[in-house]
Design a protein around this ligand. Structure first.
Ligand code: ATP
Ligand code: MG
Length: 247
């Protein structure tokens, strides 16, 4: 199982929105996914109550001591991906989630306050030697503000930004807010929209960053559609591809 944590000290930077968007993008890519809510504010639970479908479990875990044992249980049960949403700040629960993550995503809007607020999360990820990446969220479509923010993040991390800035940047668009209000992910609310494209792109970037293999059922589906309904050939080819990927 892989565990992705969204964390930053700054409120409103997009942790919950990105957690939901990425969960659905990963699910649509064929992974089994659970959303873990460690923020008592309850944004994910509220979102789930508005959601008609019961296809994505939101599991609240508010006590720091419960996080590692529960993640271990989920991993033992065969879950492929846990996405953990955290409260603003750096609570004990957030620290525990970061400590047990495979990737800590640090969302930041392109503002000085958001970028400065990444420092404590960055320190926690480094202290536990966990991989981390920034996600620039709620950006304008283009402009100097983005370049300035990217440069400032690079300074904050004292690293070449290509290593730690997730791509693509996530532009500020109403689709994200409307999807949240409707109990949907952005890829469900407006599947052909630019926001959905960006979130799928971000998931793809994460797959590459974590060197995740595409689930074999997705390979079989893809090959079957490519072979025009010849399942025996498709399955053999998918099996070959799975072997190649695994080797
Ligand atoms: N790319 C975006 N474009 C437009 N609106 C966005 C985008 N990302 C997030 N939002 C909106 O910004 C607001 C704050 O987002 P969100 O609740 O995800 O932040 P958060 O970091 O989880 O906040 P908190 O720290 O309070 O938990 C929400 O209304 C959300 O819909
Ligand atoms: Mg939130």
């Amino acid at each position: 199982m892989h565990t992705i944590v969204l964390a930053t000290q700054k409120g409103g930077s997009g942790k919950s929105t990105l957690a939901i968007g990425l969960a659905l993008a990963a699910k649509q890519a064929g992974f089994t996914v659970r959303l873990i809510e460690t923020d008592p504010q309850g944004t994910l639970s509220n979102w789930q109550r508005r959601r008609a479908a019961d296809d994505l479990v939101v599991e609240p875990i508010y006590h720091a001591a419960d996080i590692a044992p529960r993640l271990n249980m989920l991993a033992d049960g065969g879950l492929q991906l846990a996405i953990v949403d955290t409260a603003a700040g750096l609570s004990a629960a957030t620290a525990a989630a970061i400590r047990h993550s495979d990737l800590c995503l640090i969302p930041a809007r392109p503002s000085v306050a958001d970028i400065e607020a990444t420092a404590s999360t960055l320190s926690a990820a480094r202290a536990w030697k966990r991989p981390y990446s920034f996600v620039l969220n709620q950006t304008p479509i283009r402009g100097q503000r983005i370049d300035n923010a990217a440069g400032a993040l690079a300074e904050e991390a004292a690293l070449d930004l290509a290593e730690v800035l997730a791509r693509p940047l996530i532009v500020m668009r109403n689709d994200h807010q409307d999807a949240l209000a409707s109990g949907l992910a952005v890829s469900e609310f407006a599947p052909n929209g630019k926001s959905a494209d960006e979130i799928r792109g971000l998931w793809h970037w994460i797959e590459t960053r974590l060197e995740l293999e595409a689930p074999s059922n997705v390979l079989i589906d893809q090959v079957m559609s490519a072979t025009d309904g010849m399942p025996h050939i498709a399955t053999e080819r998918a099996a070959d591809e799975t072997t190649t990927l695994a080797s």
